[in-house]
Design a protein around this ligand. Sequence first.
Ligand SMILES: C[S@@+](CC[C@H](N)C(=O)[O-])C[C@H]1O[C@@H](n2cnc3c(N)ncnc32)[C@H](O)[C@@H]1O
Length: 234
Amino acid sequence: MRSIFLSVAALAVVSFAVNTVSAPAADDRTDRAGFNYGGAPEYDSPPLAKNDNEKQALAALGEMTKGKWHLNVTTREGRVLRQLTEAVGAKRVVEVGTSSGYSTIWLALGVRAAGGKVFTHEIDPEKIKMARENFKKAGVENLITIIEGDAHETVKQHTEPIDVVFLDAEKKGYVDYLRKLLPLVRPGGLILGHDMHRPMPDPRYIEAVTRNPDLDTSFIMMESFGISMTVKKR
Ligand SMILES: C[S@@+](CC[C@H](N)C(=O)[O-])C[C@H]1O[C@@H](n2cnc3c(N)ncnc32)[C@H](O)[C@@H]1O
């Protein structure tokens, strides 16, 4: 009985910490999620704005990292999302799990040059409100469409080819999102899954992206939350 009580108490403490964590101070090698990357600070130089639009977006992203953490990707992960999206020349990105819109803004930076758009799915009206405000501050609201509601239903609205999918909602849902969106991902397109290291990913998702001969998957940034990077083969 005592051990059950202690386990429940420990779970409550962990859950409280996960849900209310504030952004820890970041130094050159430790990000706001508390991951220490080691390595020399010069490998971690901040992103530089090429023009005024980018300057506005980077400033808004910087402000967001000073506020409350809404289970957002880290800054390093956000930059990689932007880099991958821009590298494939993405015109249509689908994100599942907007929260306050931090990752969405990085994705928007990745589609801007190609004249693309980000479609982001979110179920929580409070988060949608917060994200809308952040998109305005970042000056990327015209690049983003928020699709409100349960993404298990709303992802069915997509009919056009997708260049990049970014999954970052509840982990148990990834397999269903993949099943529904994969047919629309164009050959050469990417499916990115967040939280492949922690919190624990769904083994069914790992299996789905590693056992399908039409796909090729690497796991990157595993010293952090971890991202699965899957290419749909041509
Ligand atoms: C980890 S947060 C997303 C963080 C965001 N991608 C970022 O890095 O800035 C997960 C979000 O998924 C949303 N979510 C969970 N289940 C959902 C569902 N079935 N449909 C749509 N959104 C969902 C939650 O409300 C939460 O805001």
